[in-house]
Ligand binder design. Sequence first.
Ligand code: NAD
Ligand code: TYD
Length: 352
Amino acid sequence: MILVTGGAGFIGSNYILGWLRRGDEPVVNLDILTYAGNPANLSALVADPRYAFHRGDICDQEMVESLLRQHSIRAVIHFAAESHVDRSIHGPDAFVQTNVVGTFRLLEAARRHWLTLPVQDRDRFRFLHVSTDEVYGSLAADDPPFRETGRYEPNSPYSASKAASDHLVRSYHHTYGLPVVTTNCSNNYGPFQFPEKLIPLCIHNALSGKPLPIYGDGRQVRDWLYVEDHCTAIERVLAAGRPGETYNIGGWNEQANIDVVRVLCGILDEERPRVGGGSYADQITFVKDRPGHDRRYAIDARKIEEQLGWRPADTFATGIRKTVRWYLEHGDWVASVVSGGYREWIDRQYGR
Ligand code: NAD
Ligand code: TYD
């Protein structure tokens, strides 16, 4: 059985759904359900005997340890985190608490559990830490993309807290021999992404007749990966990654923010023409830039391809159309997550 942390969030819920579509090994989902966690993402599994949900905090080491023992966990896939850069600028405390302290507590619980396992099971055990390309900092336009050997240069409280967690994970392998693997992935998009991140925010605002806020000049570049591809990459690393190694995961798909939003608007114009005519692109509005905004991220994903045979299956063109259609078909999901607390955040962030 595997333990997934943060499985009610965006990537974690896609991961659990995909895992149980492709195989039969049961999953326990440990999630505290912050604003970003939504158990409705996994409503298809409520009666599935292969799935169990446990509401709790990764910082609660004793509880985590007993969960690992109770379910004879053979692998931990660690997604739980505070994940939004803008929120980390307004309130970094929660990022240090969950991403740094939480990962430390989880590592301690995993190490203690691992030590109780028979020797043959100890070798098979895995702690897979899901991290981000943002730990490598910002690239200039002509820099080569990030490699696993690149220097850590995190620039936001979010990326700094993820960098710290990566270092702790590394140390648990080096010092205690815990079989860890770390993945550093680029920006994801797809179903179940909370509408505070660029792509779902712009889809939601477009359909609500609101401005599509572009920070600064909109020429910041991200390497966008369809979430299903991230999930299959993690499965591949879990199955064949070498303990102690890190793997960069990316979509070979660098795009400037303004271009991403223009593509979104073009698809929306086709799929759900604007009432009263015109293009959703007319709603694009340039707003004040994010403080310390990283200019460019790009992943060199050759290591995972050459060593583990993984490449993304979706292109940006196929992934983004599927994503727009998903949001169009799941207006009720969006409405349910757009709660009072979310509206307060939007007022604070964009009311400037
Ligand atoms: P998300 O914010 O959508 O979900 C995070 C989940 O973690 C939520 O369900 C939340 O309730 C849970 N959680 C938060 N604190 C917790 C705690 N203390 N105990 C238990 N559960 C807790 O995040 P996401 O976008 O799905 O990202 C998942 C992971 O992938 C994160 O570690 C993130 O750093 C990493 N990542 C994300 C992206 C991306 O583009 N979204 C890219 C690369 C890496
Ligand atoms: P985001 O989805 O927050 O991911 P990250 O900051 O982790 O890369 O943002 C993606 C890019 O889009 C980033 O360069 C910031 C930009 N952005 C906007 O221009 N407007 C917005 O309203 C948001 C949320 C993001």
